[in-house]
Design a protein around this ligand. Structure first.
Ligand SMILES: [Zn+2]
Length: 358
């Protein structure tokens, strides 16, 4: 008899436990809905919140009180539930900014919590060549110049925003054909490539007729291909030594003054001609532009690993006026990207060579 009462007692306790379990769980869910409604959310908004936000983040939602922007975030087709906490953290810091910009910036995956949301930042992060380490300079440049975000990225990645000849680095010779020599990166006085070969015959009509082996081979291949289309291409000036550039540059200064000389001639050590990887072709003159040869080169050089190094419209990025005759060997892979994306070697280098691993 006593045993039966114990069994009944145990059963009753179990039933009580189970009902308490369901009761409290129901209560919890019920109370979130109630609290959201108390905060002023409509039934539809409550349903949206419960559907789009994971249980762990309900407290974050409740802390906001009634917030119409929360509903905008959750209604966006770009909303990702896994980023909910990031949206809220960033939104709380940027309450007056455009919600779509906030979503775009958070979705980019870059750590930008400490940068104010803005339409400029939102358009920057969508650019292919965006580099997060440069963000402060992008914003500085973009906020002080009336240009689009693509141009901002170009100017900053190329370092042109810093001012030419302002920050000076040694060119990194370990990157082979991609070595960068410009108004920031320079070669030492004694640098001469150790694999120069001589261009001769139909390939050359100039006194500076040496190029590094791989570049010379590519140039000859390109000249041959052009010849098949009745286009005659030849070198007029390829490798030039440091000392040669000293004389050339000083001569230009004497003739035109340094400001003018800097626009079309490189200072010694800063000339790409010292790399042995470039060549002035056919006619070093503005009149070369528009000729059949110049047009052929513009459209075909990349197939042989050459790029038009100082393009029209990119003077403020490269630091040089348009030179329709100056072609630089970078290898076919890089040349194709530079040609297709319409970027300069500066921009290619910043993104594909120099960018810190992210
Ligand atoms: Zn040149």
């Amino acid at each position: 008899m006593k045993k039966m009462w114990i069994i009944i007692g145990v059963i009753l306790l179990c039933l009580l436990g189970v009902s308490l379990f369901f009761f409290f769980n129901y209560e919890k869910k019920d109370s979130i809905e109630d609290k959201l409604k108390q905060n002023g959310y409509s039934n539809a908004e409550v349903t949206l919140i419960l559907n789009m936000v994971s249980n762990n983040d309900y407290d974050l939602v409740l802390n906001l009180g009634y917030d119409k922007s929360l509903i905008s975030i959750l209604s966006s087709s770009d909303y990702q539930e896994s980023l909910f906490e990031n949206y809220i953290e960033y939104y709380v810091k940027n309450k007056d900014e455009n919600i779509n910009d906030i979503i775009t910036i958070v979705n980019s995956g870059y750590d930008l919590m400490d940068y104010p949301a803005s339409s400029l930042l939102a358009s920057l992060v969508k650019e292919k060549y965006y580099i997060n380490n440069n963000v402060a300079r992008y914003l500085d440049y973009g906020n002080s110049h009336n240009v689009d975000s693509k141009k901002v990225i170009s100017m900053v990645n190329s370092k042109a925003d810093l001012g030419f000849y302002s920050n000076i680095y040694d060119s990194d010779l370990n990157v082979g054909n991609l070595v960068l020599v410009n108004k920031f990166y320079h070669l030492k006085e004694d640098y001469t490539p150790n694999d120069l070969v001589t261009l001769s015959g139909q390939y050359n009509r100039g006194a500076n007729n040496k190029m590094r082996k791989e570049a010379a081979d590519a140039l000859m291949k390109m000249v041959d291909a052009a010849g098949l289309e009745n286009i005659t291409i030849y070198n007029v000036s390829a490798f030039r030594s440091y000392d040669y550039q000293v004389n050339l540059y000083n001569g230009y200064i004497k003739r035109d003054g340094q400001v003018a000389a800097d626009k079309y001639s490189a200072r010694p050590g800063y000339s790409e001609h010292q790399t042995g990887l470039c060549a002035d072709l056919n006619n070093v003159s503005d009149s070369f532009d528009g000729s059949d040869e110049a047009i052929w080169l513009k459209n075909n050089a990349y197939k042989y690993g050459f790029i038009l190094r100082f393009p029209k419209g990119k003077e403020d990025i490269t630091g040089y006026k348009y030179e329709s005759w100056h072609y630089r060997y970078v290898g076919i892979e890089a040349a194709k990207v530079i040609y297709e994306d319409d970027i300069t070697l500066e921009e290619y280098y910043a993104y594909y060579i120099e960018k810190a691993p992210s």
